[in-house]
Design a protein around this ligand. Structure first.
Ligand code: B12
Ligand code: SF4
Ligand code: SF4
Length: 337
């Protein structure tokens, strides 16, 4: 498919895209069973009306006829962060999900929305009467299944959508369209390439991956506790630990995946320095200072001052209190060992 200027796509970090006309997810049963077993809790937005909308793209948007699914890679940032953790003499032991430093250190929702809009506008100019609706993370769409239907990857045992060439450090962003703009689905559905590997299951510090259903038990996942439950002080699971330093999101089940490690080796000579102002600010603030000093500063900062410091980044949403809660829990996790 050469619908778009490849240079522009690469500039935006789009490494692959696919197309589908199927409105109904192929793995609906897995999702519905997951919710029925209450493995989604405490993420209540995955049940009820929003669960109903996920049953078909037509439930979400009745005009749906087709979708273009784009993969935005931040693998380069994952590599830079790994190198930082391994080599920086002043690293304090804390870790951030690499997407927070990807996309120039800005909240990916803002950046990717802009790119998707631009693509949608140019498609509308080329196809008269074409309407589009974008879906990115927060919309009631099973995005991994949509990406699978568009032929751009398979579900790993860690439940990540993995692309053979580009691994899993990817954000999925899509355009739902009210017309079929390509003659037919060109890509073949990707098959499972996990084989006998179980590295992600073994590496998860909280045993949050259910090896039987290949889904995540949300209450046990570090990502849920550190990103989604930013206002909650109670600990959702007795398995929870942040001893690995994961104070915002968690990449452990992706770090160990051979499909990402293979890419690390391919790009061994990439420039490993962070260049953007926001990235440097995030590194300096969270990852280079004594953790107790950081906790004290976070404690004395006002909510407003924190928001101003991290405006337009992924940390704006969780706010000062959410991050402080995580840092305190990290210190408590260390004392437990
Ligand atoms: C809720 C949510 C979470 C929750 C729950 C995660 C989960 N695995 O369900 C929490 C907070 C834990 C989370 C964490 C993360 N998330 Co999140 N999250 C979502 C969200 C909003 C919904 C996911 C969902 O519907 N889960 C329900 C489960 C049942 O569905 P599923 O995970 O898609 O699994 C499908 C397949 O695995 C398949 N399946 C399951 N079992 C089986 C078994 C068999 C045999 C078969 C064939 C298929 C199959 O069916 C499922 C339903 O389609 C999506 C955005 C969206 N709107 O889709 C982002 C999304 C999944 N998250 C994303 C990211 C980046 C992350 C993190 C990496 C962030 C971080 N660094 O901390 C972690 C990764 C944790 C992990 N290993 O999954 C990306 C994933 C991109 C990718 N390459 O897959 C998404 C797609 C956002 C985006 N637009 O890019 N997330
Ligand atoms: S994101 Fe972390 S806690 Fe969640 S399943 Fe993966 S390794 Fe486990
Ligand atoms: S670590 Fe192994 S089992 Fe897990 S997703 Fe990657 S290839 Fe699949």
């Amino acid at each position: 498919m050469s619908l778009f200027d490849p240079e522009k796509l690469l500039k935006w970090g789009i490494v692959d895209y696919g197309y589908t006309t199927e409105a109904i997810p192929q793995t609906l049963d897995q999702y519905n069973l997951w919710v029925k077993a209450e493995n989604h809790l405490p993420l209540v937005y995955l049940e009820g009306e929003r669960q109903q909308k996920r049953q078909s793209l037509k439930e979400h948007w009745p005009e749906f006829e087709s979708a273009l699914v784009f993969l935005f890679s931040y693998h380069d940032t994952h590599q830079k962060l790994q190198s930082f953790y391994q080599n920086a003499p002043n690293w304090n032991g804390l870790k951030l999900a690499s997407y927070t430093l990807g996309f120039d250190g800005l909240d990916y929702h803002h950046k990717i929305k802009e790119h998707l809009h631009e693509i949608g506008e140019s498609l509308s100019e080329a196809h008269s009467g074409l309407k589009f609706k974008l879906t990115l993370d927060t919309h009631p769409v099973l995005e991994r299944d949509l990406a699978m239907r568009a032929g751009v990857g398979w579900f790993g045992k860690n439940s990540m959508l993995i692309n053979r060439q580009h691994g899993s450090f990817l954000i999925i962003g899509s355009l739902l369209l009210n017309k079929k703009i390509l003659p037919e689905d060109k890509k073949i559905i990707e098959t499972d390439h996990c084989g006998q590997c179980t590295r992600c299951i073994e590496a998860c510090p909280t045993d949050a991956i259910d090896p039987v259903t290949r889904t995540i038990i949300a209450k046990d996942c570090i990502s849920t506790y550190t990103i989604e439950q930013f206002k909650l002080d109670t600990i959702p699971s007795e398995k929870m630990t942040l001893k690995e330093g994961t104070i915002f999101g968690c990449d452990i089940c992706q770090d160990v995946c051979p499909w990402n490690k293979r890419l690390d080796r391919q790009h061994i000579d990439q420039d490993l320095d962070f260049k953007h102002e926001k990235q440097i600010k995030i590194l300096d603030f969270f990852l280079k200072r004594d953790v107790k000093v950081l906790a004290e500063e976070m404690n004395s900062l006002s909510e407003g001052a924190f928001k101003r410091l991290f405006k337009n980044t992924s940390f704006e949403r969780s706010g000062r209190r959410g991050l402080l809660k995580n840092i305190i829990f990290y210190l408590a996790s260390l004392r437990k060992n």
